[in-house]
Design a binder for this molecule. Structure first.
Ligand code: CA
Length: 226
C-alpha cells in the first residue's frame, strides 16, 4: 500500500514541488495551504507522515503540531523551518516533532528524512527498546533519538543494547566488560569509560536530556530522569 503524506505548506510553489517529488517517489500526497485546512485534513484521514511548515496563516505549524500531539498521535511529523528560527526547531522537537528540515532545502535531503521517519514508525511496531525519546531496534540495528537516526559502531551498539536492557540499573565496569566484551577480554576496564564517552557523544547531544549517567565510584546507569 502506498504511504500517505500530508503536506501543510502555504507557499503554493513549494507545496507543488513537494507533491510532485513525493508522488514521483511513490507516495500518495495531499496538500493543505493553511493551518486550519491542515488540521481538518489531519483529522479526517489516516496519514503515515506529515510535512508541516512552521510559518502558516491562521494557525502556525507549531500550534497544529501541539494539537496533533495532544491527541497522543504518533504520526511522524517533519517540520519545515526557516533558516534562522532556532526557537521553532527547539519548540517543535519538544512538542514531539520527529525531525525538521531547514528551508531552503535540497529535495534529496528531504526525501531521505521522509524515508527515515517512515522507517522509525515501522520499527516502533516491532520489539524495539525505548528510553525516553531514544529508540533502538535490535532487528534492523537502527538507533534514533527524537526521530534522528544515530550511527553506531557494532561495539557501541552492543553497549547501548546492554544499557537499555538494564535500564535504571547501576552497572559496574566489570559487568559491562563481561557482557559487552566477553569474559575472555583481558584488557583494562578503562575501555568501558572510553566507549561510554563515545556513546554519550552520539546519544546525549547538548540539546537533549542526558540518559547515560555516571555513578561515582560504581559505574554507569541509563535512565530517564523524571
Ligand atoms: Ca510558510
Amino acid at each position: 500500500m502506498k504511504k500517505r503524506i500530508l503536506i501543510v505548506e502555504d507557499e503554493e510553489k513549494i507545496a507543488r514541488v513537494l507533491e510532485l517529488e513525493l508522488s514521483f517517489e511513490g507516495y500518495e500526497t495531499e496538500k493543505a495551504l493553511t493551518g486550519y485546512e491542515g488540521l481538518e485534513k489531519y483529522r479526517s484521514e489516516q496519514w503515515d507522515l506529515i510535512l508541516l511548515d512552521v510559518m502558516l496563516p491562521e494557525m502556525t505549524g507549531i500550534e497544529l503540531l501541539r494539537r496533533i500531539r495532544s491527541g497522543d498521535d504518533k504520526t511522524p511529523v517533519i517540520l519545515l523551518t526557516a533558516k534562522d528560527s532556532v526557537e521553532d526547531k527547539v519548540t517543535g522537537l519538544d512538542l514531539g516533532a520527529n525531525d525538521y528540515v531547514t528551508k531552503p532545502f535540497q529535495i534529496e535531503e528531504l526525501l531521505a528524512r521522509v524515508r527515515a521517519s517512515l522507517r522509525i514508525k515501522k520499527g516502533s511496531v516491532s520489539d524495539g527498546l525505548t528510553a525516553g525519546n531514544l529508540k533502538l531496534d535490535e532487528q534492523t540495528r537502527e538507533v534514533s533519538r527524537g526521530g534522528k537516526e544515530i550511527e553506531l559502531t557494532p561495539r557501541e551498539f552492543d553497549l547501548l543494547v546492554y544499557l537499555m536492557k538494564n535500564v535504571r540499573q547501576v552497572l559496574n565496569r566489570e559487568q559491562i566488560l563481561n557482557a559487552v566484551w566477553g569474559y575472555d577480554y583481558y584488557g583494562d576496564t578503562n575501555v568501558v569509560d572510553v566507549y561510554i564517552r563515545y556513546l554519550r557523544k552520539k546519544i546525549d547531544l547538548p540539546e537533549e536530556t542526558p540518559l547515560i549517567h555516571t555513578v561515582r565510584g560504581v559505574g554507569y546507569v541509563l535512565k530517564v530522569n523524571e
